[in-house]
Design a protein around this ligand. Structure first.
Ligand code: DGL
Length: 270
């Protein structure tokens, strides 16, 4: 048993897709979330900058003495997991491995679509992981750089013409390729699930990277005897820009009022 908190971070709102699943699976855990809203998006940046930001995000979370850290960000997982794991003496979970496993287990026709930020797709990390698990699968990948800014601005609902137009342009080639499984390789994208689902059609299974990573981490912590075993755990949220916008959108997405639990921090100090 370990009562210490679990740290979760992302460049912004997207990591809440992992936090929501963690809250469902492990209601007794104390969760500390950091969204780097002052520096989002990460996905258009170089690997060096992503690594620098990610090190600061981890340093901030480590100030709470967490028992584990979840990188609820495809971009950081794809570009910095190896370094962050080597530099920190606690379990660090990324989203790429669990998402690749889910894709390999789901596809029936062997054609997997992958969407993510420019930095995630450029890294080739998802393709490498999928190729190791199932070398025969064909992966069709597409960067979708406008999705994260749209989500951060609250533009993710079906019926929003701008979002639907962007989604159609990004996803049409994957639909034409005949993929039966689509990895939402960025944790922001499950917020666009309805819009993406509309374009891809009901025959395509969408893999929510945040959620599958949460399942993987929960199992691993349980297997290592690291769960807290309490009824309800506190959840605290930290951001590096205005708390109001984050609290509003997070509240809608999580289905609970988080207004009083969001604090702003100076991430450059870490
Ligand atoms: N949620 C992040 C990801 O999974 C978004 C990256 C960004 O800030 O561009 O990749």
């Amino acid at each position: 048993m370990d009562p210490r908190p679990i740290g979760v971070f992302d460049s912004g709102l997207g990591g809440l897709t992992a936090l929501r699943e963690l809250r469902r699976l492990l209601p007794g855990e104390e969760l500390i979330y950091f969204g780097d809203t002052g520096r989002v998006p990460y996905g258009g940046r170089s690997r060096e900058i992503i690594l620098r930001y990610a090190r600061q995000d981890v340093a901030f979370l480590r100030s709470f003495d967490p028992k584990a850290i979840i990188i609820a960000c495809g971009t950081v997982s794809a570009n910095a997991l190896t370094e962050l794991s080597a530099e920190n003496d606690l379990p660090i979970f990324g989203v790429v491995g669990p998402a690749a496993q889910a894709a390999a287990a789901t596809t029936r026709n062997g054609k997997v679509g992958l969407i993510g930020t420019a930095a995630s797709i450029r890294s080739g990390a998802y393709e490498r992981e999928i190729a190791q698990l199932a070398p025969r699968l064909e992966v069709f990948s597409r960067p979708c750089p406008l999705f994260v800014p749209l989500v951060e601005n609250g533009r993710f609902r079906p019926g929003d013409q701008v979002v639907e137009l962007v989604a159609e342009e990004y996803l049409q080639p994957l639909r034409s390729a005949g993929v039966d499984t689509l990895v939402l390789g960025c944790t922001h994208y499950p917020l666009l699930r309805d819009v993406v689902g509309q374009v891809m059609g009901p025959q395509v299974t969408l893999i929510d990277t945040g959620a599958v990573c949460a399942v993987h981490a929960a199992r691993a912590l349980e297997a290592q005897g690291l769960l807290a075993r309490r009824e309800t755990g506190q959840r605290r949220y930290f951001v590096s820009d205005s708390t109001q916008d984050f609290a509003r959108l997070a509240g809608i997405f999580l289905g609970e009022d988080v207004e009083g639990s969001v604090e702003r921090i100076e991430i450059e100090k870490y």
